[in-house]
Design a protein around this ligand. Structure first.
Ligand SMILES: Cc1cc2nc3c(=O)[nH]c(=O)nc-3n(C[C@H](O)[C@H](O)[C@H](O)COP(=O)(O)O)c2cc1C
Length: 200
């Protein structure tokens, strides 16, 4: 369980929601397929509009033939810590769906939202299995579709690094201070009854 003074629940919840956080320090340990596919299995059961399941995952294990392509998409700062991850995963969402009873595809308004739900499931399952994850928005979005072979009608949402957590000493020095669980806004800042009544 995460022992961090800045991560206390205001209301009763399952400990995993607080315990999961996103380290950058990884050991470089290899991930086996049974573990990796357990993460995808968790993602599979996420809810989505019309049960459209718009998420697609493209993975490359560290050291595999595909690793270099995914790794090269990362911005320089992310490359400095992802190099010790076990696997990099691109999360792609499909922007259209053939709704039940229809023959033509129509736009899916919530493709990113639903892909996000799948990412969260994957992250919690990884945590349960003793692996850690960090989502990455800092990558070359212009180049990603071509590099990954993603056709029109899909959106590359994030990359995800998965690895076994290491001591922060494996990281370049400038990451050390940030290698810790972060706090959250108090509940009152983002909950309103009935109408929007937030200051920001
Ligand atoms: C969509 C998205 C994009 C992110 N992009 C990056 C990134 O480019 N580099 C990075 O180190 N962390 C990135 N993060 C990680 C967040 O900074 C991190 O999840 C957030 O600070 C909350 O911390 P926690 O996950 O440890 O609880 C990203 C997270 C999300 C969800």
């Amino acid at each position: 369980m995460t022992q961090a003074a800045n991560r206390n629940a205001q209301h009763s919840i399952e400990p995993i929601f607080i315990d999961r956080w996103s380290p950058r320090a990884y050991t470089g340990e290899v991930i086996d397929d049974a573990t990796l596919f357990s993460l995808f299995e968790a993602a599979r059961w996420a809810p989505s509009a019309n049960n459209s399941q718009p998420w697609r995952f493209i993975y490359a294990k560290n050291g595999s033939a595909h690793w270099g392509n995914l790794f090269a998409l990362l911005n320089e700062n992310n490359q400095r810590w992802v190099n010790r991850a076990a696997v990099l995963i691109a999360l792609v969402s499909k922007k259209t769906h053939v709704r039940p009873g229809e023959t033509a595809a129509s736009p899916l308004k919530n493709h990113s939202l639903d892909a996000g739900a799948a990412w969260a499931s994957l992250a919690f399952q990884a945590y349960r299995l003793g692996w850690r994850t960090r989502a990455i928005g800092g990558f070359n979005r212009d180049a990603a579709p071509e590099v990954l072979g993603v056709p029109e009608g899909y959106q590359v949402e994030i990359l995800i690094a998965v690895g076994k957590q290491a001591d922060k000493s494996v990281l370049p020095e400038d990451f050390h201070e940030r290698e810790q669980p972060t706090p959250r806004k108090p509940v009152e800042k983002f909950i309103a009854e009935g109408t929007f009544s937030f200051s920001e």
